[in-house]
Design a protein around this ligand. Sequence first.
Ligand SMILES: Nc1ncnc2c1ncn2[C@@H]1O[C@H](COP(=O)(O)OP(=O)(O)OP(=O)(O)O)[C@@H](O)[C@H]1O
Ligand SMILES: [Mg+2]
Length: 291
Amino acid sequence: MKPLLELSSVGMHFETPGGIFDALRDVNLRINEGEFVSLIGHSGCGKSTVLNIVAGLLQATRGGAILAGREVTAPGPERAVVFQNHSLLPWLSVWDNVALAVQEVFRRRMNRAEMRDWIAHNLELVQMLHARDKRPGEISGGMKQRVGIARALAMQPRVLLMDEPFGALDALTRARLQDTLMQIQTAQGNTVIMITHDVDEAVLLSDRIVMMTNGPSATIGEILPIDLPRPRDRLMLADNAHYNRLRHRVLRFLHERDDDGDVAGVAASVTALQTPASSPASPPKKSAASA
Ligand SMILES: Nc1ncnc2c1ncn2[C@@H]1O[C@H](COP(=O)(O)OP(=O)(O)OP(=O)(O)O)[C@@H](O)[C@H]1O
Ligand SMILES: [Mg+2]
């Protein structure tokens, strides 16, 4: 099968005042239509850079991304992005931020009433309909993030690019939105690339987990297929031996790459490997400067 998206020999360097910074080297990845792929790796390794290249917001300095047979050179409405730092238009209300995207995509296919219902439906999915008239400056970070998710879902994109979409949310909201995302992705067959720091989230949602090495010159260290049947139920999986083996594999990769790891770090990783799946298992975040 021909992949929907192909990254071949992607390299990225940035020109900085201190000289050239080599962020990514030789990133190769093929993603099939309808696949859910997570990118995981330590802070500063280059995950957002990879996502931005697929989004068409950054041009790789070597190699490139091919989407449905065409080279990616610019953003497009078939690729919706949920940004790491929520990026709503500050002068528009919550409603209008979603409406703008819906109009761009569905102008010719929906009448005004249908668009209104669709915007309301997507704001309801993220429990933000009550704040429809507020501006981004009047809502919290987590609320802005939820509006960004509603905006992306409302575009029914062929490819959904999500940069730590649930990072700023409390555990319950996060779990609810993860379940919503799984249902929507199953129903619509979107291809998803999601960056996360949360190992449980990655295993629960993904078909494959792409684990990146630390930068500079970061690349793909290992790709783990997640062959758990769907639909997936987080409570059932907590006691599933195979699920726990998969999360061990990811945790082990991250801890092996943690070059700050001292005795305490090793002890922490062993504890993390032994705790049940329901406990928080996010790897420690390293500062971007250390990567
Ligand atoms: N515009 C830029 N100019 C210079 N360096 C950059 C630029 N953008 C990113 N970098 C560097 O490239 C590396 C990768 O950055 P990137 O934002 O992709 O990391 P990340 O894996 O998404 O990290 P995090 O998990 O903290 O979001 C970092 O070292 C970062 O400092
Ligand atoms: Mg990032």
